[in-house]
Design a protein around this ligand. Structure first.
Ligand code: AMP
Ligand code: GLY
Length: 430
């Protein structure tokens, strides 16, 4: 089968690595891809926003499955247009993608289906929002309704910050994404991510992971797309996984099917494990980045393409995907300046030595490019994902940082404490 993978980040490099391990794969195309993905795929130029061009490419190249990595093309309805053209696509259509595309939509769905989540209210203008924020306990959580690349959430410890963020949203800082906002209660607990595949009716649970959203050690500094992750998330016991399936995932899938907009693709639940049990923080309609990197390191990669294809074709019933008992951990290396304006164009050296010198390590590329002389350079904010397996989080972490020690890139930085929460647990035997 020929496959077209959409995207060009570390998540897509990990997916390309897995898809390339399938005995069913003939040719893997990737748009736009990156220098790491180019080792497994034919990286092509294609305007993803031009759905007709994507359909034409698929027809011309006998693409049997399109796998969409990022959320933006899904929210824009690429999966619907492909399916209408008779091309199989892994990823939800526009309507079901509102789970990520609109926080107010998800809140309404939670209310309709009785799904545990933070209490909230939705506002379309500043006056009522300000009054609500002023009347509720601090800290208060304020979210732009639409897609804001992870920047549309504020956790305000005082009334002034709350008011300032509400004003920013309604004065257009996030464009139309901030035309409505959700204000919700602050949930206390430990965060975890849970991933399932769905084919519209059947659900295949995948695995759990934990991300590190803040840029600085000790979970300090501004939020990012994620500075590192590991899988599994030790906080997610078997009992909590089952409760999440029963009280959050299944009611969501059933409610969407009932509305005539069935969910097909990977569903990523961002959870808060509270004293009352798991509560939904948010949904994403795609794999996490960098969570996909640790998931793909643990998955039975030869079976990944087949499983995605079964989800896309409504035949997930009875499918299984095996997972290594090992832990996988990834450390993100970012360009100086991230999550503000990253310095671009600096040369990265030593990747081969880093991979060959450390057992089991994979370096997934995100914001990398080749310059005219063919040298590898940084071209984005998050640039490399140094990913390692281990029997424990401590072992995986030691390997990842050993590999990072061999990378020669003075203009890059990383957190030095990825995995700290899980390692503290391992140390105390909990
Ligand atoms: P979101 O984009 O909705 O995932 O929010 C980004 C981050 O803000 C989450 O990963 C949490 O760390 C935090 N957050 C969001 N909502 C809440 C909440 N209700 N209570 C506590 N933390 C939250
Ligand atoms: N790492 C968080 C995300 O992919 O949304």
């Amino acid at each position: 089968m020929n496959v077209l993978l959409i995207g060009g980040g570390g998540r897509e490099h990990a997916l390309a690595w897995a898809i390339a391990a399938s005995p069913r794969l003939k040719t893997l195309y990737c748009a736009p891809g990156n220098p790491g993905i180019a080792e497994f795929a034919d990286c092509i130029r294609l305007d993803i926003a031009d759905h007709v061009a994507v359909i034409d490419f698929c027809r011309l190249n006998s693409v049997g499955l399109v796998v969409v990595g990022p959320e933006v093309p899904l929210v824009a309805g690429l999966a619907d247009d492909l399916r209408e053209a008779g091309i199989r696509c892994f990823g939800p259509g526009r309507a079901a993608s509102r789970l990520e595309g609109s926080k107010a939509f998800t809140k309404d769905l939670c209310a309709a289906a009785g799904i545990p989540t933070a209490r909230s209210a939705t506002f379309h203008q500043a006056g009522e929002a300000l009054a609500y924020a002023a009347a509720h306990a601090l800290p208060v959580v304020i979210k732009a309704d639409g897609l804001a690349a992870g920047k549309g959430v504020a956790i305000a410890d005082n009334r002034e910050d709350a008011a300032a963020f509400i004003d920013e949203c309604f004065s257009g800082k996030f464009g139309s994404a901030g035309a409505s906002i959700v204000i919700e209660e602050f949930l206390e607990g430990e965060e975890a991510s849970f991933f399932v595949l769905c084919d519209g009716k059947d659900i295949l649970p995948l695995a759990t992971a934990q991300d590190h959203k803040r840029v600085g050690d000790g979970d300090t500094g501004p939020n990012t797309g994620g500075m590192g992750a590991y899988s599994p998330a030790p906080v997610m016991t078997e009992d909590l996984v089952q409760r999440t399936l029963d009280t959050i995932i299944k009611p969501t899938i059933e409610e969407l099917a009932r509305r005539g907009t069935p969910y097909q693709g990977v569903l990523y639940a961002g959870l808060m494990i509270t004293p009352e049990g798991p509560k939904l923080i948010e949904y994403n309609v795609r794999f996490g980045d960098p969570e996909a990197q640790v998931l793909m390191m643990r998955a039975d990669r030869a079976a990944v393409l087949d499983t995605l294809d079964r989800a896309a074709s409504g035949t997930l019933s009875g499918a299984r995907l095996d997972w290594s008992n090992d832990v996988a951990l990834t450390v993100v290396m970012a360009a100086d300046g991230y999550p503000g304006t990253p310095v671009k164009g600096s040369q990265i050296k030593g990747l081969d030595a880093a991979v060959s010198g450390t057992e089991g390590v994979m370096i997934f590329h995100a914001g990398t490019a080749r310059d005219a002389a063919g040298r590898l350079i940084a071209s984005g904010g998050r640039v490399l994902n140094v990913t390692a397996p281990g029997r424990s989080v401590a072992e995986a972490r030691a390997r990842a940082y050993a590999a990072i020690g061999r990378i020669d890139w003075p203009e890059g930085f990383c957190r030095s404490d990825i995995g700290w929460r899980a390692i503290a647990r391992e140390d105390t035997g909990g």
